[in-house]
Write a protein that binds this ligand. Structure first.
Ligand code: PEP
Ligand code: MG
Length: 289
């Protein structure tokens, strides 16, 4: 099966009925791109930046170099970088706080907005790196529109600061992850975002109240539960109606068992881990949509 899947790698993904599906890849460390042939994917759908926040908080130059490397590798293809999603299953020593219920606590954009001095460093690195390719930036764990507005305001402020200093910069399109149920249920509050990227790992755990990292409730944690699929379908429909691109970057996007249901829900844009790229394209070719 793997050998057969390999033959799909070189071609753009299409279903049996000829419907095109965009397939991008998820990365974390910039070195992840070294093993990927850019011609086999449509770009980077999710670059997680938590890895940069290892033992110490990374300075602006370190982050700028990491983002620039990936942007230059991708050329004209889009690279979607996510601002730091610390907390929950991704604790960062010296940054995240100890709390009783970390999945429901100060994580993702909540923590970034609570620590603007840390967030602003990342924002400047992103604005500067944007000059070197086709960058998009997205915010994790958005629950209410005010968080998006505040994050955008920080981008605008930092851009003005760079302009005043004569530093080369560019404002990238700013989108959001759809991984908190409030956004998937009431997306109309977000009609002004540049794009949506569905985080099915978190969306599923929050809809099913079954932690993503707890084997004893793994049977409940399914993206194919009708409650989760219905939310995904309604976000996809909202995006079509408002002309806002909708993609999915959770692990389900690379799971051959979930791909038919995701396409059925209306998605045409998936981002998968590099190891799943060939399998995902092969699974798409099997769907008759
Ligand atoms: C998700 O929640 O589906 C997602 C892509 O983000 P992460 O797994 O990093 O939380
Ligand atoms: Mg997530």
């Amino acid at each position: 099966r793997r050998d057969k899947a390999q033959t799909y790698l070189e071609r753009p993904a299409v279903t049996k009925a000829g419907t095109a599906v965009r397939v991008q890849v998820n990365i974390a460390d910039p070195s992840d791109v070294d093993g990927i042939d850019i011609s086999t994917c449509e770009g980077i759908g999710l670059m997680r930046t938590e890895f940069l926040f290892g033992k110490t908080l990374p300075d602006e130059e370190t982050q700028y170099c990491a983002y620039r490397k990936v942007l230059e590798w991708a050329g004209e293809k889009p690279v979607t970088i996510r601002t730091v999603d610390a907390g929950g299953d991704k604790p960062v020593p010296g940054f995240t706080v100890d709390e009783g219920n970390p999945f429901l606590g100060l994580r993702g954009i909540r923590l970034s907005l609570a620590r603007p001095e840390v967030f602003r460093v990342q924002i400047r690195a992103l604005l500067r790196a944007a000059v070197h390719g086709n960058l998009k930036v997205m915010f994790p764990m958005i629950a209410v529109a005010d968080e998006y507005e505040r994050a955008v305001a920080l981008f605008t402020e930092e851009q003005a600061g760079l302009v005043a200093r004569g530093v080369a910069q560019k404002m990238p399109p700013l989108g959001i992850m759809v991984e908190v149920p409030s956004v998937a249920i009431a997306p109309e509050a977000f009609a002004n975002v540049a794009f949506f990227s569905i985080g099915s790992n978190d969306l599923t755990q929050y809809v099913m109240a079954a932690a993503r990292d707890n084997a004893s409730v793994a049977h409940l944690n399914s993206v194919r539960h009708p409650a989760v699929l219905r939310l995904i379908a309604s976000v996809a429909a909202f995006g079509r109606a408002q002309k806002i691109p909708v993609s999915l970057c959770g692990d389900a996007g690379g799971d051959p068992a979930s791909i038919p249901a995701l396409l059925e829900a209306g998605l045409r844009d998936l981002s998968v881990v590099p190891a799943q790229l060939a399998m995902a394209k092969a699974a798409i070719a099997d769907v008759s949509i």
